[in-house]
Design a protein around this ligand. Structure first.
Ligand SMILES: [Cu+2]
Length: 411
């Protein structure tokens, strides 16, 4: 059956696109010939027509015969799998499945949604279930995106285990999905970070078992081809492997992940958006956001008490950009650079780099009350959505910060 489908795909591609293009080109040539013949001699007309046909072939040959009526037309890629273009048949499948997609009121995972410390002196077996869910939700008011997620939010849930733990992770692929998914955890030692044994079609489940050998804060993400395409739909999260001795106690822990979204329509265009593969390959996102959407982290929801010591688990799902993570009005007392553990820590850091597919742990103490803004300090990205705010509540500290508020804020 699959052979027949392949054959049909081949025939339809050749017939509809290849022959279609030739017919269109031939019709254009005939039309041109007739128009030219009215005003010019036969010789001149043949010469101009030959020039037209030559120019058409010149532009067409480098592109080649398009496959599957894909969008955008004519993208050449050299990745290990099919490129990120969107075949027309997927568009039809998508619309046929539209009524089945869960609609999520708020795609963002709360920055407060951090699992408790394991508080264990010994290793154990930890069972984790994750579900790949393709859903619809707003990235900005009125702008709807077909997110691909782990457990229905971006980022997916933060996972927390202890160094030496045996982890049994089962990945489910929701029945309402259209695509194959998998999971690659950077905490895994083994082929594909687990992706090779967790590829699941809609309705399937598969289990990966691994031992968490190295402590650290690691990104996990879907690694089904085209991987960049899956990650650009929101399929990423963080897994913390605590060192055997645990992490020092703090008062509050936060979970933040930066990510990029590439829509065909310009930023702010309302309605359902589809991914623009050309923009993704060029690394020019329309939206850059913390926790899945614009305005996900707000000072009303995220309140910190004066004196609290705060630890931020920050990841970057990418898929292209490096984050220059900064907290306006605070200095990180301690940074675990690139979220590494067991090596030297950094102190008194203003901005820390978070690579695509990497993470950092940044700690600060809430001293002065007010509103604080977290940003990617490549600040033009704020206008694409890369910012959030939180409040520190408490008594004024004129010994640290004093003055009369002016007309502007930030820096
Ligand atoms: Cu996926």
């Amino acid at each position: 059956m699959s052979r027949i489908l392949e054959l049909w795909s081949l025939i339809s591609a050749l017939m509809i696109q290849g022959i279609g293009l030739v017919l269109a080109g031939a019709a254009a040539a005939v039309f041109l010939y007739i128009v030219l013949r009215k005003h010019h001699s036969r010789g001149i007309t043949i010469l101009l027509s030959a020039f037209f046909i030559g120019a058409m072939l010149f532009f067409w040959f480098p592109i080649g015969v398009p496959k599957n009526l894909e969008y955008p037309f004519g993208i050449t890629t050299y990745g290990p799998a099919a490129g990120p273009t969107l075949p027309l048949k997927n568009v039809f499948q998508f619309f046929a499945n539209l009524k089945n997609y869960p609609r999520i009121a708020d795609i963002s995972r709360s920055p407060l949604d951090v699992p408790h410390a394991t508080d264990r002196a010994t290793s154990t077996t930890v069972k984790i279930d994750l579900t790949a869910e393709e859903v619809l939700s707003e990235i900005a008011p009125g702008v709807v995106v077909n997110y691909w997620t782990f457990d229905g939010t971006v980022p997916g849930p933060m996972l927390r285990v202890r160094e030496g733990d045996r982890v049994e992770l089962t990945l489910h692929n929701a029945k309402t999905n259209l695509h194959m998914h998998s999971i690659d955890l950077h905490a895994v030692t083994g082929p594909g970070g687990g992706a090779t044994v967790t590829s699941v079609m809609p309705g399937e489940s598969k289990t990966l078992t691994f031992t968490a050998l190295n402590p650290g804060l690691f990104v996990y993400h879907c690694a089904a081809p085209n991987v960049a395409n899956h990650m650009s739909h929101g399929m990423y999260g963080l897994i913390l492997v605590e060192p055997k001795e645990g992490l020092p106690k703090v008062d509050k822990e936060l979970y933040v992940m930066q990510g990029e979204f590439y829509t065909t329509q310009p930023r702010g265009t309302r309605g359902l958006q589809i991914i623009d593969a050309a923009k993704m390959l060029d690394g020019i996102p329309e939206y850059i956001v913390f926790n899945g959407r614009t305005g996900a982290i707000t000072k009303d929801k995220l309140v910190i008490k004066q004196g609290e010591k705060v630890r931020m688990f920050v990841g970057n799902g990418g898929v292209n950009l490096i984050s220059s993570f900064h907290l306006i009005g605070e200095i990180f007392d301690t940074v675990y650079p690139e979220a590494s553990m067991g090596g030297a820590l950094l102190h008194n850091v203003q901005t820390t780099l978070i690579p695509a597919g990497g993470a950092a742990i940044a700690e600060f103490t809430a001293d002065v009350p007010g509103t604080y803004v977290l940003v990617d300090h490549a600040l033009a990205r704020m206008d694409k959505g890369a910012w959030g705010t939180f409040s520190i509540l408490g008594d004024a500290r004129p010994d640290i910060f004093d003055g009369v508020p002016g007309h502007s804020s930030g820096h």
